[in-house]
Design a protein around this ligand. Structure first.
Ligand SMILES: [Zn+2]
Length: 126
């Protein structure tokens, strides 16, 4: 998909932000709803700590808000400006999509947030 050294690779493929090899969330499918929020405590490849400190992922809420606003504006421009739907239809579609995409936004926000603080580095070979 994208270059393995890019943060986008980690975010799009549910990978550790340090080595881009170990999984970040336990399950790759965000729609396994009983496990969509379950993260590994540490990376299985490089031992990077995913639970960095208490409250670390509070920042991911602000990332989630920004992602939601960008998504809403993009949907509004598509539906109301380009396709000429009315505002009520837009709000209904936006609300339904927000519910359906919640697991994806949740996971993407956490991966975006940890990628702000952790840089890619090749894992040590033992
Ligand atoms: Zn790792």
């Amino acid at each position: 998909m994208s270059n393995i050294s890019s943060a986008l690779y980690s975010i799009a493929n549910n990978k550790c932000p340090r080595c881009h090899q170990g999984n970040f969330f336990e399950n790759n499918n965000p729609y396994v709803l009983s496990k969509f929020d379950k993260m590994h405590k540490k990376c299985s490849v490089c031992n990077e700590d995913f639970e960095r400190e208490t409250g670390f992922y509070y920042g991911a809420m602000f990332v989630s808000y920004a992602v939601t606003v960008i998504f809403g504006i993009s949907l509004f421009l598509l539906m109301c400006v380009l396709l000429n739907f009315d505002a009520v239809t837009f709000i209904i579609v936006f609300a339904i999509l927000q519910i359906l995409l919640m697991p994806v936004f949740y996971r993407t926000s956490r991966l975006l947030w940890i990628n702000v603080f952790v840089r890619y580095r090749l894992p040590k070979i033992n």
